[in-house]
Structures are given as structure tokens and as C-alpha cells.
Design a protein around this ligand. Structure first.
Ligand SMILES: [Zn+2]
Length: 414
């Protein structure tokens, strides 16, 4: 089925758009619907590229509001890890479906996920109609490299085989939870199979100190030594990266995803040095991190937090502009994350935003999107030419919420 959207606003011009086979077939002021198209009258709504969530643990919606306001290690050791030990595939499925409803509602159509039972997470993404890059956290605290390799190969193959809009990633949890031998294996496997890597890096100051003590070098240099700093790698956090590390990351064409809300909520004590990263030429995206530690998946909140913390840390209100922050949030400063431009021949992924929303009704539009708006300004979400939400309603959202609640109750976390 093909879709046509008429009467949308794009850069002060009235445009229409046709989608065929999941792609944008035509976009412009003179485009007309074809015979048999499903037609949406946008009524002047703003046509916008979707947001991209570069780092999350989607199924942790189940743990939202469980153990909040505890220090990081107590939150993990007393609350999250015992609950995760009871998780099964259906928990992950419904937790991820709930996350997808929230992302559809707030205009995120693509995300990078690291979580247990990744096949169930991937199935949830496919059923919800979104796009994601998914990998299980690879951990070999027991230094059991054989089990890690088996888990990595198995999930990569099963997720790649089912295809759809979900692709596999290798997700070594962090440099302190994976052995050097396994990190080297992951680097080789990633290069051999062309599979991207996502890893938490330089989130806390302690991670940096421990890395120097154990390996004699800072985290980014260590990751480079094991072969993992490359154009297919996403580094989540990067709070404590120094200038030399940023230069190395830029040279290796690696992507850093900043998670300003989760970093502040977990009180990591530092701020991702975005101005220095920009100067070095680092590719930067935006993430929420897991909904257990954010606790929202509405990236509009994170883009505002990103802008504010950067201005505040630099003591300079001009250090980042709304336009630049919006580019970070929509993945345009980090091609690896997968965002594509709104143009003919590209995937038909887009939003219609309420031009009549009070937050967007006057003043500069981009400033409105970054500083005033929340996800509630999203009226319509389309992925691959399929309407996942219109008029702010996601079909089936009530059932998903009820099922997720059942799973959280089963886990004893709500
Ligand atoms: Zn994370």
C-alpha cells in the first residue's frame, strides 16, 4: 500500500510527499497523491525528520521507578541485578514494546539497544514497526570467553536472519566487564562480519582511574589497543574523555553518544566535553540510556538537557545553538546511527509535528523544538511508509501497557 501526505509544512513551504515500498517516492510542492494511495491531510503540520536514540536499554521500562534516588552501585546491586536475574524473554518483549510505544509517541523511530534476551527485544521492535540495532550486553566477568563468543555469534546470526528493520550489534558492556582477550575477539568478529559495536566508555571517573591502573592508559587508548576504536563503533557516555582521546576517536571515525539526563540522574559528576569533541571532529549523537536511569524515553527532554548542560559547563550560552543540538538529536552528526535525509529515494521515516501546539506556534521553530517542546508535539509517526501513530494515538498502546505492568508485577518491581 502506498501513502501520500498532503499539505505539510517544510521550511515555510507547503509540500506533499508520496511513499512507495517503504521509501519516499516524491517530495515537493507539486507532488500529488496517486490512485489508491492512503492519503493523510497534514493540515499544515510540520514535516520533520525523526529523532534517533543512540543508546538505550529499552526493556528497562519495567524497572522504571524501582530503586530511584539510590547511588549507582547500590541501585545496580540491590535492585536491578537481582531483578534482572529473574527476567525472561516475555518480560523483555513487553518491556521493549512499552518502550516502543513511548518512542513512537515522542518521535523516535530508530534506536540502539543493549539488553538481555535480544531476540525478544528484536521481535518487539519488529512488531512495533520501529528500527533498531540490537545486541545483548557481552560480559565475561568470570573471564569465560567461550560463553561470551557463543552468545555473540548466536544472537548476531538469529537477529540478522530475521531481518526486517532490526540489525544486530556486538555490545561489549564496558572495558571493565569484558576481558582483553574477548575485546580483541569482538573487534575481529565485528570487522570480519561488518557488524557494528556499541560499548559504554568513560562513564565514571573511577573507570578511568582503574583503566590507567590496570592497563597504563586511558579508556579510549585502551580500546584502540584492542582494535575496537573504529568507524563502526558507538561509544556511550564519554563523560571523562580528554582532548587526546577525543582526537583519537575523531581520527578513527568513531561515534560518541551523549546521555546527559542519565549522567545527571546517576550523578556521574562530569559533563561530556562536547565543545572539545566538536573541535576535534568527533561524530556525536544523543541517547536516553535505559528508562531505569533516565527515566524517560522522550528525547525532546534529552536534547534540552544536552543544550543546557553544555552551556552551563562552558559558562557560555553561545557554546551550542538550538540548530546544532537538533542535528545531534536527529542523528545528523553521526551517520553510523543510521538516520537518513528527508528526500526522494530515502526511507519513508518522518514525523508530522503540531504547528498549532502552543510550544511551537510562534518564534523560531528550531528553538521551539529544542527548548520548549516535549514529545507531545508529535502528531504522526511514520516508519518505512507505515503510519505507527496518527492524531497522537498509537493503536494497541493500552494492551501493551497492561502487559508490561503484568510482567513488572511478576518480577516484583512494581
Ligand atoms: Zn547504558
Amino acid at each position: 500500500v502506498s501513502l501520500a501526505v498532503v499539505g505539510a509544512t517544510l521550511e515555510d513551504e507547503t509540500v506533499s510527499l508520496r511513499c512507495e515500498d517503504g521509501l519516499i517516492a516524491a517530495l515537493g510542492p507539486d507532488v500529488a497523491p496517486g490512485d489508491g494511495d492512503d492519503v493523510i491531510d497534514a493540515g499544515g503540520a510540520l514535516l520533520s525528520p525523526p529523532l534517533v536514540n543512540g543508546h538505550t536499554h529499552a526493556a528497562m521500562t519495567l524497572f522504571r521507578g524501582y530503586g530511584d534516588d539510590l547511588p549507582l552501585m547500590r541501585w545496580l546491586e540491590e535492585k536491578i541485578w537481582p531483578a534482572e536475574a529473574r527476567l525472561d524473554a516475555d518480560d523483555v518483549y513487553w518491556g521493549t514494546r512499552l518502550a516502543c510505544v513511548e518512542m513512537i509517541r515522542s518521535g523516535t523511530t530508530r534506536f540502539w539497544d543493549m539488553y538481555w534476551e535480544p531476540e525478544a527485544g528484536a521481535r518487539a521492535v519488529r512488531d512495533a514497526g520501529l528500527r533498531a540495532t540490537v545486541g545483548p550486553p557481552l560480559i565475561d566477568a568470570e573471564r569465560d570467553g567461550a560463553r561470551l563468543r557463543e552468545a555473540a555469534i548466536e544472537t548476531v546470526e538469529s537477529i540478522a536472519e530475521r531481518g526486517g528493520h532490526v540489525s544486530p550489534a556486538l555490545a561489549p558492556h564496558a572495558i571493565y566487564t569484558v576481558s582483553e582477550e574477548s575485546l580483541r575477539w569482538i573487534a575481529d568478529f565485528s570487522a570480519e562480519r561488518g557488524i557494528p559495536v556499541q560499548i559504554h566508555l568513560s562513564e565514571t571517573e573511577r573507570e578511568v582511574a582503574d583503566c590507567i591502573a590496570e592497563h597504563g592508559t586511558r579508556p579510549a587508548a585502551y580500546l584502540d589497543d584492542v582494535g575496537l576504536l573504529g568507524p563502526a563503533t558507538v561509544l556511550a557516555h564519554g563523560v571523562w574523555l580528554d582532548r587526546a582521546e577525543l582526537e583519537l576517536i575523531a581520527e578513527r571515525e568513531c561515534t560518541v553518544v551523549s546521555n546527559p539526563v542519565a549522567n545527571q540522574k546517576l550523578a556521574v559528576g562530569g559533563v561530556f566535553p562536547y565543545p572539545a569533541a566538536r573541535e576535534a571532529g568527533v561524530r556525536v549523537g544523543l541517547g536516553t540510556d535505559g528508562p531505569g536511569s533516565n527515566n524517560s524515553l522522550d528525547l525532546f527532554a534529552d536534547v534540552k538537557a544536552f543544550a543546557l548542560i553544555q552551556k552551563h559547563a562552558a559558562a557560555d550560552a553561545a557554546v551550542v545553538s538550538a540548530r546544532e543540538c537538533w542535528e545531534v538529536a536527529t542523528g545528523r552528526r553521526a551517520p553510523l546511527l543510521g538516520a537518513r535525509p528527508l528526500a526522494a529515494g530515502e526511507p519513508a521515516d518522518f514525523l508530522l509535528l503540531r504547528r498549532d501546539a502552543p510550544e511551537l506556534s510562534l518564534g523560531d521553530l528550531t528553538a521551539g523544538l529544542v527548548y520548549s517542546a516535549g514529545g507531545s508535539v508529535v502528531d504522526t509517526t511514520v516508519v518505512a511508509g507505515r503510519v505507527l501513530m496518527s492524531g497522537g494515538e498509537v493503536p494497541g498502546a493500552g494492551e501493551v501497557t497492561a502487559k508490561a505492568r503484568e510482567r513488572a508485577e511478576r518480577l516484583g518491581v512494581c
